[in-house]
Design a protein around this ligand. Structure first.
Ligand code: ATP
Length: 229
């Protein structure tokens, strides 16, 4: 059976500056895959290409059997790719509920369901997004991506810069999403949390996939060589 997401020989540039030199990765249905690599190795650029926010890319990106290569980003989202972008970007003047409702597509993820996943959001339903704490905004960004009822959720640094207690709450929620059978592609710096969660790891080095394997195969030597930890 083919994977839900397949990326093959992906290259991409910012103007004349090439950032990706051959990224290969796949995410199967229900699989949780970590995309790793040191700063500037191309993780966010890979995500931008998958979500069709960068159209300069070459190579093959297929999702649920369909080529994404020529699709605009809103159509990629409609096929079932939910993105939680780096920097959490919510609509600041809109309320929590408005942020969620404007993303909604039919499916199991409703206002009530995301409220059960993140009770703090239910409590702040009518508050403007800009009045939320950083952690609550991150929860809102995850909830909003879920409201499109994605087949694949992509999380780019979803725990970055948050207090430990909030980070724990977000890891708990991501664990629940995995249990529900959602496929996830995740970028994060916490190796410990990723090892506890992920089925497979893909490591980028200078814009290229250099290593892939399961948590058990992610040895100290590999971490030292590619991640500097
Ligand atoms: P980080 O962990 O720091 O977010 P990353 O692995 O996500 O890093 P990218 O942000 O994808 O890496 O960056 C890959 C390369 O592309 C880097 O050399 C970076 O400087 C460059 N780059 C990223 N965004 C842009 C941009 N908007 N314009 C020009 N170059 C960019």
């Amino acid at each position: 059976m083919s994977a839900l997401l397949e990326v093959r020989e992906l290259t991409a540039s910012y103007g004349s500056s090439q950032a990706l030199f051959g990224v290969d990765l796949s995410v199967g249905a229900g699989e949780v895959v970590a995309l790793m690599g040191r700063n500037g190795m191309g993780k966010t650029t890979t995500v931008r290409c998958i979500c069709r926010m960068m159209t300069s890319s070459r190579g093959a990106i297929t999702f649920a059997g369909k080529s994404l290569n020529d699709l605009p980003s809103h159509k990629a989202a409609r096929l079932g790719i939910g993105l939680v972008p780096e920097g959490r970007r919510c609509f600041a003047p809109l309320s929590v509920e408005e942020n969620l409702v404007c993303a909604a597509r039919p499916g199991a993820w409703t206002l009530e369901a995301v409220g059960a996943l993140f009770p703090r959001l239910s409590e702040r339903r009518s508050q403007a997004a800009r009045t939320l704490s950083g952690g609550e905004q991150q929860m809102l960004a995850i909830a909003r991506a879920l409201m499109i009822n994605p087949k694949l959720l992509i999380l780019d640094e979803a725990t970055e810069g948050l207090a430990p207690v909030i980070r724990q709450e977000i890891w708990r929620a991501i664990g629940e999403l995995k249990q529900s059978g959602l496929a996830i592609l995740i970028i994060d710096k916490s190796l410990k949390d990723l090892k506890a969660l992920c089925d497979r790891f893909v490591i980028l080095e200078r814009g290229k996939s250099e290593w892939t394997g399961g948590a058990g195969a992610l040895s100290e030597e590999i971490c030292d060589r590619y991640l500097g930890v």
